[in-house]
Write a protein that binds this ligand. Structure first.
Ligand SMILES: [Zn+2]
Ligand SMILES: [Zn+2]
Length: 477
């Protein structure tokens, strides 16, 4: 007779819990208008890395008003913050939120390439949705903890400058994740997925060449062109490209190349990224890249120095956590289009170039799989510090590439907002499950330790530099 009694007791005890979980989802639904207004405001601000003052303040206020304790300006970054709500001793769940925009991606919310008059940057990576969904989830989880009397801590991490500024790296280095049991993140995308995913590790630097100015026609023999240094380095780096390990990526832009053809430039600057799935390969390749800069300076009679701007470790996946997240994503489902959304998407599709995606993909959740993304994220450093899980929702029209005007446009529209709401729900459901299931946290930690291997010590790719608060400014000479 024991078994039926137990079963009945279980039913009795889980029924209110299920109702409370539904209440958490209802809270996110109730917050929809506020979430959309916040996301649209941050989309409008379009603030680039470490300059996200208004975006950060908006999210801080939201969390403070909801009863979270906010610590602003952490890790020597004015726009980084944590917001914590705690109730006794229990698991500590961290939810990350981003809010930086991308330079050069100014775009209106129209389904045609149209530059905004009032902004030079744009949310081509959807971080305006990222920050708001994560904050909304943290608030819903806090409400659920309060209603159910669940012990533990929910903490929102306001992480600036993901795009090349590695804000999270400084927060990791500062020890801000040290007491966290599980860290969660998500990312706007053109599909709904929760893969057991890795990314490329990444290291960047600005190479600054200095030469001698002279009249380019009247006294060229007296000049030494800093631009020659940049060009010679680029040529050698492009040759080196052929001799890099498989899966490596390297790309650059010239951020300063002189001002007038008749003045030999005495200053020029290039900005390089080096990527590979293995952080050690990135370290080695970067050292080879530095040799091309030194060789270029030697041959052109210029001098060069460099500043490491950012670095990110590859994502360390966690199958235990991804299985949970995938189940929650499947529960929430994909993004459902209205006739209006479909009309918007049908205008975007012909502009996307080659893609196998179809509109109906937005409503689907991809089966869980192991995958590798060639991009990089500073979540990587968090994932080597604490077991971390993530997922993506279809905030963009299927087939859209990140960092495109099409991503900015969809992110400012209903499609982006729907993906954001779904993401908030997946985050909240995952956190609620973790807070109730210590054995799940223990299993995730065991897998994390096994994947890191014995004797692991965290070593950031940025070394001991401080956050590059001015990396989006015009070149410093
Ligand atoms: Zn991005
Ligand atoms: Zn991003």
């Amino acid at each position: 007779m024991l078994k039926p009694i137990l079963a009945a007791a279980l039913l009795v005890s889980t029924a209110p819990a299920a109702a409370q979980t539904n209440a958490a989802l209802a809270r996110i639904d109730a917050d929809r208008a506020a979430n959309e207004a916040a996301a649209k405001a941050i989309w409008g601000f379009a603030e680039v890395g470490y300059q996200e003052a208004r975006s950060s303040a908006l999210l801080q206020k939201r969390l403070k008003d909801a009863g979270f304790e906010v610590k602003a300006g952490v890790a020597s970054a004015p726009t980084a913050f944590t917001a914590t709500w705690a109730s006794g001793t229990g698991p500590v769940i961290g939810i990350m939120g981003e809010y930086d925009a991308l330079p050069g991606l100014s775009q209106t919310a129209d389904p045609a390439k149209t530059v905004r008059a009032d902004a030079a940057a744009g949310h081509g990576c959807g971080h305006h949705l990222f920050g708001v969904a994560s904050a909304s989830a943290a608030i819903a989880v806090k409400d659920w903890m309060k209603a159910t009397g669940t012990k533990g801590t929910i903490r929102f991490y306001g992480t600036p400058a993901e795009e090349g500024g590695a804000g999270k790296v400084y927060m990791v280095r500062e020890g801000l994740f040290n007491d966290v049991d599980i860290a969660l993140h998500w990312h706007p995308a053109a599909e709904n997925s929760a893969d057991i995913a890795t990314t490329n590790s990444n290291k960047s630097a600005k190479f600054r060449f200095r030469g001698i100015s002279a009249h380019a026609a009247g006294a060229p023999e007296r000049g030494r062109s800093a631009l020659d240094g940049v060009e010679a380095m680029n040529m050698m780096a492009n040759m080196m490209h052929e001799h890099m390990p498989e899966q490596s990526r390297m790309h650059y832009v010239i951020t300063a190349g002189g001002n007038a053809p008749n003045v030999v430039p005495d200053f020029a600057e290039s900005f390089y990224y080096v990527r590979n799935p293995d952080a050690e390969v990135v370290r080695e390749t970067f050292e080879r890249l530095v040799k091309t800069a030194e060789g270029a300076a030697l041959g052109t009679g210029t001098t060069v120095d460099y500043e490491v701007i950012h670095g990110a470790l590859p994502l360390l996946p966690n199958r235990t956590l991804q299985t949970l997240v995938h189940a929650k994503l499947s529960e929430v489902g994909g993004v459902l289009y209205t006739a209006e959304d479909t009309a918007f998407a049908q205008k975007i599709i012909p502009t996307l170039g080659q893609t196998k995606a179809t509109l109906s993909d937005a409503a689907l959740v991809k089966p869980i799989a192991e995958s590798h993304g060639a991009g990089s994220t500073d979540v990587g450093d968090v994932s080597w510090t604490v077991p971390t899980a993530g997922f993506s929702t279809a905030t963009w029209v299927p087939g859209t590439a990140a960092h495109s005007w099409q991503a900015v446009a969809a992110g400012g529209n209903a499609i982006g907002m729907k993906g954001m709401q779904n993401a908030a729900k997946v985050l909240a459901l995952t956190a609620i499950d973790l807070l109730q299931t210590p054995e799940l946290i223990a299993a995730a930690k065991a897998e994390f330790e096994a994947r890191r291997g014995p004797g692991f010590t965290y070593r950031s790719l940025v070394g001991d530099r401080t956050p590059p608060l001015d990396y989006r400014n015009a070149p410093a000479r």
